[in-house]
Design a protein around this ligand. Structure first.
Ligand code: GLV
Ligand code: MG
Length: 327
């Protein structure tokens, strides 16, 4: 069968527009909430995070999976989340739960789901499979097809190896999300503290390769890059340090597990006021200097820095993030 004979249809214009909108939403803080805990779902509702995900995977023990689905459907249909983006993490394809997760959650509450988080994504085929199941469930439920996104989680060596095919396997893909705990286990890293450097490695960042690989692949395919959890939830300074590293690299946001991490996450992944002001200043100076009335020059001095078109692009990134954060 040639690709042209494949039964898939291109996303409709409205689906493409919805997905494009979801891709650019802020995700400075992504709150993980176990679907098995009605109490934590209730608490998560009110937290000022950019995205919340209701977890059916590793935060939920096997015997609690069914009840967790019920809780998640109930939480979605009753709504009330402060987070503008609401996501559900289904179970990975190597379990017996994935199809039932999608059928139950999207079939009964799909109108309230912005995206599914796919853990332990190992190949483009896994993302494609989720896309196909989603499409069937959307049709059966009378939902518009293609409006629910997919956020694949890169959590093991194979997933990292196949990252570009994962990023491009479906028009629904919004982000690439790092899963440090599973990833560390997968490669045999000698540490038990998720988010911290492994003892004996310093100086250096043991995560640099994987983080940059995720970020570069995400950017190559127009997606956001999201860092995973920092498990020592009471160590807010440790969280802040870890978040600041990935923010500096260019990541869009990071998971938060606890209310104490929320303000720090929102702050670290927003530009500082002085950075935002400088970016706006660069854009204004560059716009003037490249206009006819400003002499149509391609390079211009801004303070003691020489700016050119590449500087404009860097300033645009900071300016767009600041605007998204309400600056
Ligand atoms: C999250 O899923 C992780 O494995 O870190
Ligand atoms: Mg994981």
């Amino acid at each position: 069968m040639t690709p042209a004979q494949h039964t898939e249809t291109a996303p409709s214009e409205s689906a493409a527009a919805t997905i494009a909108g979801l891709r650019t939403r802020p995700r400075r803080t992504v709150l993980a909430v176990p679907g098995s805990s009605v109490k934590m779902i209730g608490k998560g509702r009110g937290l000022p995070v950019d995205e919340v995900f209701l977890d059916l995977e590793d935060a939920v023990a096997g015997p609690a999976k069914e009840q967790a689905r019920e809780n998640v459907v109930e939480a979605l249909t009753s709504g009330g989340f402060a987070a503008p983006t609401v996501v559900v993490r289904v179970n990975a394809w190597d379990t017996e739960y994935t199809v039932r997760d999608v059928t139950e959650v999207v079939g009964r509450a799909g109108a309230h789901v912005d995206a599914l988080l796919l853990p332990k994504a190992r190949s483009g085929a896994e993302v494609r499979a989720l896309d196909l199941v989603l499409t069937q469930v959307e049709k059966a439920a009378g939902l518009p097809v293609g409006h629910i996104g997919i956020e694949p989680q890169i959590e093991d060596a194979l997933g990292l190896t196949n990252i570009d095919e994962i990023a491009t396997a479906s028009a629904r893909v919004l982000t690439l999300v790092f899963g440090p705990a599973d990833f560390m286990a997968s490669i045999g890293m000698r540490t038990l503290t998720v988010g911290e450097q492994p003892e004996g490695y310093a100086p250096g960042d043991a995560y640099h390769h994987v983080l940059l690989s995720i970020l570069v692949s995400a950017r190559a395919h127009g997606l956001q890059a999201i860092d995973g959890p920092f498990l020592k939830v009471r160590d807010v300074e440790g969280f802040r340090r870890a978040a600041a590293r990935t923010a500096a690299l260019g990541f869009d946001g990071k998971w938060v597990l606890h209310p104490a991490q929320v303000d720090a996450g929102n702050e670290v992944f927003s530009p500082r006021q002085d950075e935002f002001d400088k970016a706006e200043g660069i854009l204004a100076a560059y716009a003037h200097s490249t206009s006819e009335e400003g002499g149509a020059r391609g390079a211009v001095m801004f303070g003691d820095e020489m700016l050119d078109e590449a500087s404009r692009k860097m300033a645009l990134v900071v300016s767009a993030r600041g605007r998204a954060a309400g600056m």
